[in-house]
Unconditional design. Structure first.
Length: 267
């Protein structure tokens, strides 16, 4: 389903694409705006959601530009109704590099808040209501949304930013695979709880779907790391056997067969 996307343009050498289902999100916000304020309300709502996802793009660009400094290739940023995703060809295993790359995203959101806060401060705390569908109402919404986006992404639910920060910190105390395992396990506990809260307490189906997506992606990433570790061990063992056989019998023509790979997801 991630292939159902439309390429828009390049930004900093990275393809920006939107998932086809994004049209449904625009239609929903346009309809809600129309219901509350007619044509003006519809246009204002569409402008708000467009600017909000512009901030999502900047968040993902923060991750991407930081990653590119470590030699990571970033082919595209994909926007979906549940958020954005920067696609990396690899994730650096150095804890310090992962920390820098991960923190860069929320830092962009907090930077946007810092820029907008002086403009909206008075109206934000005023007892007088802000005019509906006004520029000030738009700026207040963007300020609050960026603050929430920055804080939300710091939740320790792998592979969200907070979960990656947790893995990087754990990786300073244990190997990368174990750090990923514990970050994913914590996410498996927190993601269902947060999904239930989203569905039944906050009445937010979209947020609930997001946490289900995070649960699935986090588990898939752990299994990918596990598979790569096991394959690396497999070929290292084969190389060791070849070296042993070479030393034992310098005249041997063929290397011994490689050992079997046994994928164990309980590591």
């Amino acid at each position: 389903m991630l292939g159902w996307s439309i390429n828009l343009f390049r930004i900093c050498g990275i393809h920006l694409a939107v998932h086809a289902s994004f049209v449904l999100l625009l239609a929903y916000f346009g309809y809600e705006g129309w219901q509350s304020g007619g044509l003006v309300g519809a246009l204002w709502s569409l402008l708000l959601i467009t600017l909000f996802f512009g901030c999502v793009v900047l968040h993902e660009l923060g991750h991407s530009l930081a990653a590119m400094r470590y030699g990571v290739q970033v082919p595209r940023i994909l926007l979906m109704p549940i958020g954005g995703m920067a696609e990396f060809d690899r994730i650096p295993r150095q804890p310090s590099a992962e920390l820098v790359i991960t923190i860069a995203g929320p830092a962009v959101n907090f930077g946007i808040v810092a820029l907008l806060l002086p403009v909206v401060w008075t109206d934000l705390w005023s007892t007088q209501p802000v005019a509906a569908h006004s520029v000030m109402a738009l700026l207040i919404q963007l300020t609050v949304a960026n603050g929430l986006m920055g804080v939300f992404n710091l939740l320790p639910v792998f592979p969200m930013d907070g979960g990656r920060i947790l893995r990087a910190l754990l990786a300073t105390r244990m190997n990368y695979l174990r750090a990923t395992y514990w970050a994913a396990m914590i996410a498996k506990v927190l993601a269902p709880i947060l999904a239930l809260l989203a569905f039944f307490y906050y009445d937010s189906p979209l947020l609930g779907v997001l946490f289900i997506f995070i649960f699935v992606v986090g588990d898939a990433e752990y299994r990918q790391v596990l598979r790569r570790e096991q394959e690396a061990e497999h070929w290292a063992e084969w190389a060791r056997r070849i070296e042993v056989e070479r030393l034992r019998d310098a005249g041997r023509d063929e290397p011994p067969p490689p050992p079997f790979i046994v994928h164990d997801s309980n590591r």
